[in-house]
Ligand binder design. Structure first.
Ligand code: HEM
Length: 105
């Protein structure tokens, strides 16, 4: 489905922001800073201490990889330390992905 960035922003704030920031200059939280995520190899946010599982997976983050990952992070990256069940609704994933793309340039 096509995503709505404004809806994605509110999903990010309620479901992701506890553990992630998109602010380029902000410190990592429980999860890595997601600024500049699109086009980046998984596990490479500078200065963040990843699990081996997240560090070693051979994935570049983009629309399709995020769509699959966010459905169920623990299934996509077995052994990840991330404690998040995922976004089950396709529309929720599409919305948050458009928001991530537009706010991580
Ligand atoms: C990792 C996105 C919710 C904690 C990641 C990564 C992405 C991501 C793309 C991989 C980053 C990379 O490889 O550089 C999101 C989005 C969320 C969300 C879009 C909301 C829909 C959460 C929540 C938590 C969390 C709620 C904490 C309870 C983490 C942690 C990692 C991670 C700890 C690193 C995992 C590891 O090293 O194994 N997240 N996340 N995330 N996230 Fe999230």
């Amino acid at each position: 489905p096509a995503g709505d960035a404004q809806v994605g922003e509110s999903i990010f704030k309620t479901k992701c922001a506890y553990c992630h920031t998109l602010d380029k200059h902000a410190a990592h939280k429980q999860g890595p800073n997601l600024n500049g995520l699109f086009g980046r190899q998984a596990g490479t946010a500078v200065g963040y201490s990843y699990s081996a599982a997240n560090k070693d997976i051979d994935v570049v983050w983009g629309e399709n990889t995020l769509y699959d990952y966010l459905l169920n992070p623990k299934q996509y990256i077995p052994g990840t330390k991330k404690m998040f069940h995922g976004l089950k609704k396709p529309q929720d994933r599409a919305d948050v992905i458009v928001y991530l793309r537009q706010s991580t340039a």
